[in-house]
Ligand binder design. Structure first.
Ligand code: ZN
Length: 267
């Protein structure tokens, strides 16, 4: 049996403290599962600093993003923005974000979220790197802001996509890639996503675990811990391949090539 081509996890929160005790083992298990490269999500100034340092120390396996999650939008004052901006220039940083809008949890006020989002889109334009995007229950404002920046942006990915076909079409029209997580493995919540995933052109699909969040719910035997790990990325890939009626090997090659193109991650 030929093993599928090496995978790229385009989003995992490796700075998360749930990995503090066994981070190296987590990375080893991922590599053994065929996940040869990973992009560490920066979602605050400390997590971005951590992600950049860690990926500098392990450049063959890791890259980082530099950004402020919409939950923390109120933290994006001028000094923080300029610190994230200089980190964004680092060669290890392949995208600006995670940035965007989250009206589902509304942790930062919506007007503050919009301003923080626009500042980070500006930054992406300045450093000419793609954006790593988060959106929940804010589709219309999100698309309106992105449309203003579209012609100047070098690209981007709607990470952890969980919305419907219309939202997917709007993102594809904006030239974005679409990131699919283990959400698709959820028998109840993921049902509509399986339908949506059939409508995404193969050349725009990328895969991610968003670990330690979003443990696939259909892993058997059920893991003892609810913490997600990058080693489960092949499981997400299989679910997508199955619902699209494609071979795992083919989809592995396509999604890896997409991630390389999106992040300009040549080796
Ligand atoms: Zn997110």
């Amino acid at each position: 049996m030929t093993s599928p081509p090496a995978l790229i996890d385009i989003g995992l929160n490796l700075a998360h403290d749930s990995f503090d005790q066994d981070r190296e083992a987590v990375v080893d298990r991922a590599r053994q599962a065929g996940v040869s490269r990973m992009v560490i999500t920066g979602s605050s100034l400390p997590s971005t600093r951590w992600a950049v340092d860690f990926s500098r120390a392990h450049p063959e396996t890791f890259r980082a993003t530099s950004g402020m999650h919409p939950h923390h939008a109120t933290d994006l004052d001028a000094p923080t923005l300029s610190a994230l901006a200089s980190l964004a220039e680092d060669p290890q940083v392949v995208a600006v974000g995670e940035c965007g809008l989250d009206y589902f949890r509304d942790i930062s006020p919506r007007d503050v979220q919009r301003t923080a989002f626009e500042r980070q889109l500006d930054l992406a334009v300045r450093v000419q790197k793609p954006v790593f995007l988060h959106q929940r229950d804010a589709h219309e404002d999100f698309v309106a802001i992105l449309r203003d920046f579209r012609s100047r942006l070098t690209g981007g990915v709607a990470h952890c996509f969980t919305a419907g076909v219309n939202e997917a079409r709007a993102y594809l029209d904006l030239g974005l890639y679409i990131g699919i997580t283990g959400w698709i493995c959820d028998e109840r919540r993921g049902h509509h996503l399986r339908e949506v995933v059939r409508h995404i052109p193969a050349e725009r699909l990328v895969i991610e675990t968003d670990a330690p969040y979003l443990l696939p719910r259909d892993l058997r035997p059920k893991p003892a811990s609810r913490r997600n790990e990058p080693m489960y990325l092949p499981h997400v890939l299989e679910a997508i391949a199955q619902t699209r009626g494609e071979s795992v090997v083919q989809l592995a090659a396509t999604t890896t090539a997409n991630a390389v193109r999106l992040f300009n991650w040549t080796t």
